[in-house]
Structures are given as structure tokens and as C-alpha cells.
Write a protein that binds this ligand. Structure first.
Ligand SMILES: NC(=O)c1ccc[n+]([C@@H]2O[C@H](COP(=O)([O-])OP(=O)(O)OC[C@H]3O[C@@H](n4cnc5c(N)ncnc54)[C@H](OP(=O)(O)O)[C@@H]3O)[C@@H](O)[C@H]2O)c1
Length: 178
């Protein structure tokens, strides 16, 4: 079981632009059967965690569509200090509990599968601060944004394990060096 931060990023290290938009990302070409693609990644994930801004983005852009359901079949934790609305058909726990406690509950729920920290970058950093982050997968889109939500606003030593091109994207997998 590994705790993984899997995300797309601009080349200059932002996962959303200053308007919290992903338009710069969602227009790009990727082969869903290609290297480090989402289907092969998610197949081994047993629990997910995300921050409130990422959750609100999903609510606004994905779950507002006619007939849309929560995209994750595995238990999900959303970190927030607020009382946010639930998603349709979703197994979501809203929490402001200690990250270590949530990680333990996620591990139990995942039953040996991996844990995915969806984002944002600071939440991934909070897991890393506690020595709980094992891997970082980044798909770099061919664009710089000049600002926005940072990829991972910490200093963390990484080892490059794998690199591949998937159409528009440079895909890299790193392990966290402890
Ligand atoms: N490029 C990609 O593939 C990708 C992937 C993921 C996300 N994104 C985008 O990137 C942006 C990320 O936004 P963001 O940097 O603001 O990060 P975020 O982690 O999505 O949200 C941050 C918020 O989460 C809550 N939070 C974080 N840690 C917490 C803790 N320990 N306890 C309780 N609440 C906690 C706080 O919300 P409150 O206190 O306000 O409740 C905080 O303001 C979003 O626009 C998202 O859509 C892009």
C-alpha cells in the first residue's frame, strides 16, 4: 500500500490557474491507454482524499452535469472546516481531523490498495510533513501559467523512478526520499 499524489501540472508547477480553472489542462491530448494513464492508476486505488477547493471544483464542473455521479467508487475523505453539500451517490466523509488519523482510517478502508491524495498541493504537503507520502505522479502539460494553485509547496527530496511521453504530456513518477 502506497500513499500517492497523482496530478497534472503546468510546467511551472501549478495545478490550477489563478482563476481556479483547469481549461489549460482539459483541452490537451492524452492516450487513456498510454503511459501513467488514469485508468491504470485508479485500478489500484482503495481510498481517496482531497481538499475543499478540489471538491468544490468537482461539484461545480462535474457533478452539476445532468445525471452525473461521484466519480470515485472507493471511500473518499474531503478535508474541510465547513459544512459542504454531499455529492450524488457518494461515500464521502468530510473531516477536519488530524491527517494521521484520517490516513489510518483510509488505510483500513483501502484494505491493501493504494491511497490517492487528489490535491491540492498543500494537502499533499501535509501528508508529506508526517512522512506519509510515498509517491508523486505528475503529468506536465505543455504550458506555463505564471501563477495559481501550487503543485507541492514544500521542499521534498524526490527520486525519479519513471518518465514517459503520453501525447501532449511529460509524465513522471517519483518516490519520496526520506
Ligand atoms: N491539475 C490537477 O490534476 C488537479 C488536481 C487536483 C486539484 N486541482 C485543482 O487545484 C486547486 C487546488 O486548490 P487548493 O490549493 O485550494 O487546495 P485544496 O486542497 O483542494 O483545498 C484547500 C482547502 O481544503 C481545506 N483543508 C486543507 N487542509 C485541511 C485540513 N488539514 N483540515 C481541514 N481542512 C483542510 C481548507 O478548506 P476550508 O478550511 O475552507 O474548508 C483549504 O482551504 C483546485 O482548483 C482543484 O480543482 C487540480
Amino acid at each position: 500500500m502506497r500513499t500517492q499524489y497523482y496530478t497534472a501540472s503546468s510546467v511551472d508547477g501549478f495545478i490550477a490557474d489563478p482563476d481556479n480553472s483547469l481549461d489549460w489542462l482539459l483541452t490537451r491530448d492524452i492516450d487513456e491507454k498510454g503511459p501513467m494513464s488514469y485508468p491504470s492508476f485508479i485500478a489500484d486505488v482503495g481510498a481517496v482524499a482531497m481538499g475543499a477547493t478540489t471538491y468544490e471544483w468537482l461539484l461545480e464542473h462535474e457533478l452539476s452535469k445532468e445525471g452525473a455521479t461521484w466519480p470515485y467508487t472507493m471511500p473518499s475523505w474531503v478535508f474541510t472546516h465547513r459544512d459542504l453539500p454531499g455529492g450524488p451517490g457518494a461515500d464521502i466523509t468530510f473531516t477536519s481531523d488530524d491527517v494521521r488519523d484520517v490516513h489510518r482510517r483510509m488505510s483500513e478502508a483501502a484494505a491493501g490498495k493504494n491511497l490517492w491524495v487528489v490535491g491540492g498541493g498543500d494537502l499533499a504537503g501535509q501528508f508529506a510533513d508526517l512522512g506519509l507520502l510515498d509517491e508523486l505522479f505528475v503529468q506536465y502539460a505543455p504550458v506555463t501559467l505564471g501563477g495559481g494553485a501550487p503543485l507541492l509547496p514544500r521542499r521534498i527530496e524526490l527520486r525519479l523512478e519513471e518518465v514517459a511521453r503520453n501525447r501532449d504530456f511529460t509524465c513522471a513518477r517519483y518516490t519520496v526520499v526520506r
